[in-house]
Ligand binder design. Sequence first.
Ligand code: HC1
Ligand code: SF4
Length: 584
Amino acid sequence: MISLKINDKDIQVQDGATILEAAKTCDIYIPTLCYLENLKPRGLCRVCVVEVEGAKNLVPACSTPAAEGMNVKTNTRRVRESRKMIVELLLSEHNGECTTCERNNDCELQKLARDLGIEELRYEGEKTPSHIDESTPAIYRDTGKCIKCRRCVEVCQGVESVGAISPQSRGFDTTIAPAFDHALSDVTCVQCGQCAAVCPVGAITERNYIQEVWDVLDDPEKYVVVQTAPAIRSALGEAFGLEPGTPVTGKMVAALKELGFDGVFDTNFTADLTIMEEGSELLSRLTKVLRDGGQADLPQFTSCCPAWINFAEHYYPELLKNLSTCKSPQQMFGAVAKTYYAEKIGVAPENMVVISVMPCTAKKFESQREELTDSGYADVDYVLTTRELARMVNQSGIVFSLLEDQKMDSPFPESSGAADIFANTGGVMEAAVRTAYKIVTGRNLPTDKMHLKNIMDLEGIKEASLKIEDPVKEWSFLDGAELNVMVIHSLANVRKVLKEKDISKYHFIEVMACPGGCISGGGQPRFTDNNIRQKRIQAILTEDEGKEIRNSCENPFIQQIYAEYLKQPLGERSHHLLHTEYFE
Ligand code: HC1
Ligand code: SF4
């Protein structure tokens, strides 16, 4: 342990802790800008400078290790003036059109300027040229707003191991962009939006489809339905000042009804459907190998994260045959809405518009894939992020916190707890295991095993195995078999696993691109404090634990759609509407 003083407070921290980390342990606030929890500090922006007794220069708290006997001051005149000047210099070249910027009132630079008492722009510099990149359906870049903090570069390389963007040119001419200033669509960007999630200003954000959605809502010819992803309810409240981790499902439904959607549905319903199909697919692959001694592509990988699919297509095309053929719940919902539901309510599918609200930017790309049009129309027409939905709510004058809870519409009004947990890392796997276990043994997983705890935490690579005991007759060949599963989040961990492990001993592997799963998707309200990730995860677990039905195959509305329309998992109609293939 190391003992030091910060602002005259005695503090003890572990060896290796930085001054910033030491200050946090006793709630001393030091402003930061380029710093991101979980990534190696770069000390680039120097907004976090502090004074250390005996040192000639101010030092960056984020990258300076705490040392025995150190005496640190975080709030001297010299510190305040230095921080202020750093931010003034950033503002001197920043294209600061705050009133029309998407980040107005949600901008870290704007907040710093206010907190540091900047009331005039003392230095008027040449502005960074603005180059707009809207080349992908998911991401919007404006170099004029960029302050070159490099958080996006660090995340794209360090967390996702993609490296689609990096500093180009030098000095004032530096831009953060794909190599040779190409458009993002020309490089291997997987459209995960993690760059947009960490950008402190308005330089990288989602492509915005709000106007298109208002247009269809105002069109009397259109029947507009909306689906809401599992993760958004854990974070939407943050956009309206509610405590992180406040679940807001009922208010979210009420807001969507007030916005004028003709039907408000849950992607969680088709998450249950995905599990029926994906669990059956896994059992069918296992049967081929373990009972019939034949060949099947194992391990089976989950396929609901569109950034992971993009990553596999770019970097590991040999794994595409291992991906589940299930469409993601988002796309399954669109396919079912424009067939089964359109038929049921007598609406022509060409007049039905399906909007999704997703925590994810890559879902915008997924919805535009040509292969996902099995109803004869695009399964999904427009995808909004959680942040865009919050903006629509504000634009319409709805006071979110005062809304009375409402319920999702029929014929898909309920989902199981297994569908809720799709939002968290490990959730898809646990949901699949719950249903596969029930099919094979006829029993529910015992409640004490209901959360395979070790696959639900924030470790980047997790493994578990489940022994099948006493299966029903049809599955007797699985008696005593161990189902080995792995859960990975953040795409850099996929590379690590494929480099360091023999994956042939696993039967099923879940991959989610975003750290912690969809709860930290690139389209969620932004945060810099890691505890928020954990609070969102907990909010989702609480939803699951509060549900009477926690297994997808027990959802009566899932049973109804099979009885009325789809007939059986992996059947002809399911195969046509709910499955796809990604080719090398
Ligand atoms: Fe996800 Fe999924 S869980 S991918 O993380 O399988 O985005 O929330 O909607 O489709 O259901 C995201 C979340 C989401 C899909 C589901
Ligand atoms: Fe990198 Fe993802 Fe941003 Fe693309 S969307 S630049 S892959 S972080």
